[in-house]
Design a protein around this ligand. Sequence first.
Ligand SMILES: [Zn+2]
Length: 408
Amino acid sequence: MANAKRIQKDLETLRDISAGSGEGTTRLSYTPAYRKGVEYLKEQMRAFGLVPHEDGVGNLYGDLTGQNPDAPKIISGSHLDTVHCSGYFDGQAGIICALEAARMLKESGEPLNSTFQVMATIMEEGARFPSLGGSRFAIGEHTEETMENTFDMDGVKLGDAIREYGLSGNLEETRRRPEDAKAFLELHMEQGLKLDQTGTDLGIVETIYGSRWFILTCHGATSHPSTPMDIRKDTALAAYKLITNIADTVARDYAGKATVTSGRMQLYPNDINAIPSRSQFSIDFRSGKLEHLDALEALMREQVRLIEKAYRVRFDIALHSAAPPTDNNPVLSKMLEDSAEELGYSHMRMDSGAGHDAMIFAKIWNIAMLFVPSRDGYTHCRQEWTDYENLAKGADVLYRAIRKIDKL
Ligand SMILES: [Zn+2]
């Protein structure tokens, strides 16, 4: 069975060698702290016979070579980078549980037919460079052009960051192919409350939510705040009305099925003593069903038309980004579920509201995700927590599922 103490030691060591300095765990991509984390993982991989290597952009792999090295691999892992002042479970727990599964495979003395590969992806969080970067490079969605045209907040070019960190930036050696793997399994913390509130050990993910982000700009006219309500062209009021109308509909008609968020709002001239002539704000729709995203976009466009008329304003709508919902592979999900059942661990089916590398890898491989509880729902902060015993249960399920997949 998985060893919770070993998992604890790895996670605490990764925390202690991060750049958090007491303010949580900070491990941004291509920094000295990231390098320290990678070197620690490599040491642990070698200690159990895994062969580590980094690709051209910094994704780390550790291979436990199978009896048939040419067979498609079974891969498991998650991301090693964190946001600023994070906890030490988000991402990292998925790597360490995969590593623990590899140690169990090694200790069992019964090698797999396929090679089992532990993976630690880079640039997932978007804290330094845009999110899901490591996996997007791995499947070929990011290119040389991405390296030349992407900059961090300090103006450092991604390509330069990669080379200064000591990597080749070679995309040919980074590229993964559909035939490379028969399964990609990602264990991750839930980033929600369902497992914690119901006291359930594990979540079997069915769908990773898709998203559709818009930036809306509303054009009106500035004038003195004494301007009568029925003739002003108030772009703040129009924006608030639009957002609350959409949010009310989502809350009423899409409870548990979709969400809407407006996390950014800028007003011009942004003065107490002036009606805003322009407002610019984001609208972020998320759902597990493409038809919900389509319906919500249509609802937004319909509301825009009504509000333009009622408020004497004009909206520009720009699509910022879109990702379709991603279904987990039902055969792999069933194997995770059966494994949990056989081990006597409680489990439930659920969707993932957040995006993960697994949804990028789903474009070339069969994927499945396993969730562990987030205590009180906290993530991306120091309060982030999953019990080590619970992580050990996750590793047990990975181990068992890997054995099943190996026989496929
Ligand atoms: Zn994460």
